[in-house]
Design a protein around this ligand. Structure first.
Ligand SMILES: N[C@@H](CCC(=O)N[C@@H](CS)C(=O)NCC(=O)O)C(=O)O
Length: 232
């Protein structure tokens, strides 16, 4: 039985989506962001970086969303082209691109003061540059979908990469709160299709229900209204 340390609408959502889609049994433990529980000694024993999520497994606690997704897909033989499949190379390079570039850039956009300090002008310049970079990278993914139509990016066949991207699209539409004009999902028709297809899947509906994400959590998201915890 897995144990997912989560906060609503945090990166733990991506892992929850994979667990639900795989059908693997798991429990959840709330990390209370309002009291910064991610900084507690107990949590830092699981993830010394103090970031959400952590997935406790029989091989020990795992952190880093991309690593957890890859591990789950291998362990369960699901949601990714298997080793030896010709699609695996492309899948892996884009999975790592999501993890170390797109997700990392979004973090910088959401937490700009942590990266550039308190100066509002610096923050605004940083925001604009980072937003432009993210939009360029979303265009690459949209073009990839249009040109090559890989099954793992289709949303018809779910994959850990598809769910990862769908949640990144969700956050792009919602954060930083009050400053989301930089993002327009309709500029990326292929990715919009991915978001719409994935959010209709029973696994996604169960996650949306569990975390209060509303009926269209990826394509037309609204802020989470969870029954416990908080997104920020
Ligand atoms: N590289 C990490 C990033 C995880 C991350 O950014 N988690 C956020 C929530 S979505 C978090 O823990 N934020 C709290 C903080 O930065 O103090 C991963 O992929 O798991």
């Amino acid at each position: 039985m897995y144990m997912l340390h989560y906060a609503p609408d945090n990166a733990s959502l991506i892992v929850r989506l994979a667990l639900e889609e795989i059908g693997a049994p798991y429990h959840t433990v709330l990390v209370d962001r309002a009291t910064r529980q991610q900084d507690s000694a107990a949590y830092r024993r699981l993830n010394p970086a103090g970031l959400i999520p952590v997935l406790e497994t029989h091989d020990g606690p795992m952190f880093e969303t991309g690593a957890i997704l890859l591990w789950l897909s291998e362990r369960h033989g699901a949601l990714a082209p298997a080793p030896g499949n010709a699609q695996r190379a492309a899948f892996l390079k884009w999975l790592f691109f999501l993890s170390n570039t797109l997700h990392a850039d979004l973090r910088q956009l959401f937490y700009a003061p942590r990266y550039v300090g308190p100066d509002p002008e610096m923050q605004e310049t940083f925001h604009d540059l980072t937003a432009a970079r993210i939009n360029r990278h979303l265009k690459l993914l949209d073009q990839l979908g249009m040109d090559e139509r890989p099954s793992w990016l289709s949303g018809t066949q779910p994959s850990v990469l598809g769910y990862y991207l769908a949640v990144l699209l969700r956050w792009s539409a919602l954060y930083p709160t009050g400053n989301t004009d930089w993002f327009d999902l309709t500029a990326y028709p292929f990715l919009q299709g991915l978001a719409e297809r994935l959010e209709r899947r029973p696994a996604a509906l169960r996650c949306a229900e569990a975390e209060g994400l509303g009926p269209t959590p990826f394509s037309q998201p609204t802020h989470a209204t969870p029954s416990e915890g908080s997104a920020l």
